[in-house]
Design a protein around this ligand. Structure first.
Ligand code: TNX
Length: 494
């Protein structure tokens, strides 16, 4: 939000220590994370000590992570001060310390992210930063249904996005092509419904223990998991797993293509709502975050009346489970309660039902497919992704204002932004990274920094400085010709 550089610089040395707020286990955990990251590359021991032992007048005061209720830093804000004898990060909450540490990482040389010993020097430019986010929701979405990705891929994505202060990961856990989470009361969903994917591969699913592992890994990176079970459309995997969920009692075959809009749950069967209660209930119990995502998009095989009937029954199930529902903006057609969060994915800048919901008080997540869809191709010459909404180069991903984009949905109605990574064409981590980088950092800046700071020319410089970091981290990214990549950048491949 604000940065005042100075001519000073701080240099990490073999005697540098990390001091964390006395008595705070959260601050200590964040300090330990930073130390673990810096030790292999710097070769320094970087002990993590209580702030009570820090001496401010020493030549090397180290790196301090301080929690204080003074100041208006907000739940995620922080101050970062770098002088020639130390670094101080101050925040009201652990989240702010974590984000201050992410900024510090960006100020350190890219080589700090290497996993082997590097020569240094390890300098941090001096100055003062006061920072807090514009929007509370800064998200990415991974579609694990069209292609299944193991826990290791999800965790690597979480660690990559948290460097840019992205704080939600929405997992698209069920679609026509696959059901990816064990539901104990409906076991065939995972074992049969999860047994394939687009192209006919083996698919897969997360056990509940694996899902909890993802949730815990995310929490350590200040990322909240938002699980989605889509309905009434995008449900072929469920319908194939249980014949009795179908209106005609006949299970369709598993599906490995990429069409949308052909499946629907049977809206007038009581069993459909038993199913929704069981699934949402188990997911709610596994999910500490406040949100459950109910899908609701592209229900082209459900009549308008049936669609309303369905959503009017599913929305209260989510509230009964103690969660707040997010759904694709299609759900605004049924006039959902104001607690409901529509996620706008349209290709135009007007949508009357979403604007009406915002006027009633619903908060909106902005994911316009023409700017925020990370599965769209960059240009006609890049290979991965689709192009039904747009080609989205880096400048297009950055060049819109979430608070002044959709007619009738201004800043105060916006909960935040999310970049969906649909996976029809994406097979592995390298493919996911190529689509997310560098567009997700562009979206992250729109979600975090005040509108007044947005500037393409300065952004592309700052983005270019991330190139060597991704190269060191082994992140496969699109080296867009729009960006002046810093020396040491080696672009990726699609
Ligand atoms: C539309 S946008 C979908 C997804 C596809 C995506 C591919 C939306 C809410 N649904 O089912 O995966 O396009 O770009």
């Amino acid at each position: 939000a604000t940065v005042h550089p100075s001519s000073a610089q701080y240099k990490l040395t073999s005697s540098t220590a990390i001091y964390t707020q006395a008595g705070s286990a959260d601050a200590a955990a964040i300090g330990n994370q930073l130390a673990a990251l810096l030790r292999p590359s710097t070769g320094f021991s970087l002990p993590v000590l209580s702030s009570a032992t820090r001496r401010n007048h020493a030549a090397d005061c180290g790196i301090a992570l301080v929690l204080t209720s003074a100041g208006n830093l907000g739940a995620e804000g922080y101050l970062l001060d770098v002088t020639s004898n130390g670094v101080v990060i101050t925040a009201a909450e652990p989240a702010g310390l974590f984000y201050g540490v992410q900024t510090l990482r960006q100020l350190l040389p890219a080589a700090t992210d290497a996993t082997t010993h590097q020569p240094g020097p390890w300098t941090v430019p001096g100055g003062h930063i006061a920072d807090q986010p514009r929007f509370p929701y800064r998200g990415a979405m991974l579609d694990v249904s069209r292609h299944f990705f193991p826990v290791s891929v999800v965790e690597r994505l979480i660690s990559e996005i948290s460097l840019y202060k992205v704080n939600y990961l929405h997992l698209h856990l069920a679609d026509d092509q696959g059901w990816r989470i064990v539901i104990n009361s409906w076991p065939n969903l995972a074992t049969f419904g999860g047994s394939t994917e687009v192209g006919g591969g083996a698919g897969g699913f997360y056990t509940q223990a694996q899902y909890l592992e993802i949730v815990a890994y995310a929490k350590a990176h200040f990322v909240t998991i938002v699980p989605e079970i889509d309905g009434p459309g995008h449900t072929n995997a469920a319908l194939a797993s249980y014949a009795q969920l179908n209106c005609d009692g006949v299970a369709p075959p598993l599906y490995t293509g990429t069409d949308v809009g052909f499946s629907s749950l049977c809206v007038n069967k009581d069993l459909t709502y038993q199913f929704e209660q069981d699934v949402m209930g188990e997911l709610a119990a596994l999910t500490p975050g406040p949100f459950l995502h109910i899908g609701g998009d592209e229900a082209q095989s459900t009549s308008a009346t049936d669609y309303s009937t369905f959503e009017d029954k599913v929305l209260p199930i989510v509230s009964t489970d103690g969660k707040r529902a997010i759904g694709w903006h299609d759900v605004t057609k049924v006039d959902p309660p104001t607690s409901f969060v529509p996620q706008f994915w349209g290709t135009t800048q007007t949508d009357a039902p979403t604007a009406a919901a915002a006027a009633r008080g619903n908060k909106v997540i902005m994911s316009p497919a023409t700017h925020a869809y990370l599965d769209m191709m960059y240009t006609p010459a890049t290979k991965l992704g689709q192009n039904w909404a747009a080609y989205i180069e880096v400048k297009d991903a950055y060049g819109w204002d979430p608070g002044n984009y959709l007619q009738g949905v201004t800043g105060s109605s916006v909960l935040g932004v999310e970049g969906p990574i649909w996976s029809e064409t994406l097979l592995n981590m390298a493919n996911i990274e190529f689509m997310a980088f560098p567009r997700l950092p562009a979206l992250a800046e729109l979600g975090w920094s005040p509108e007044s700071t947005h500037n393409w020319n300065s952004f592309r410089q700052r983005l270019g400085a991330q190139g060597p970091r991704w190269t060191v981290q082994g992140v496969n990214f699109y080296a867009s010709p729009q960006v002046p990549w810093a020396p040491g950048t080696v672009g990726g491949v699609d």
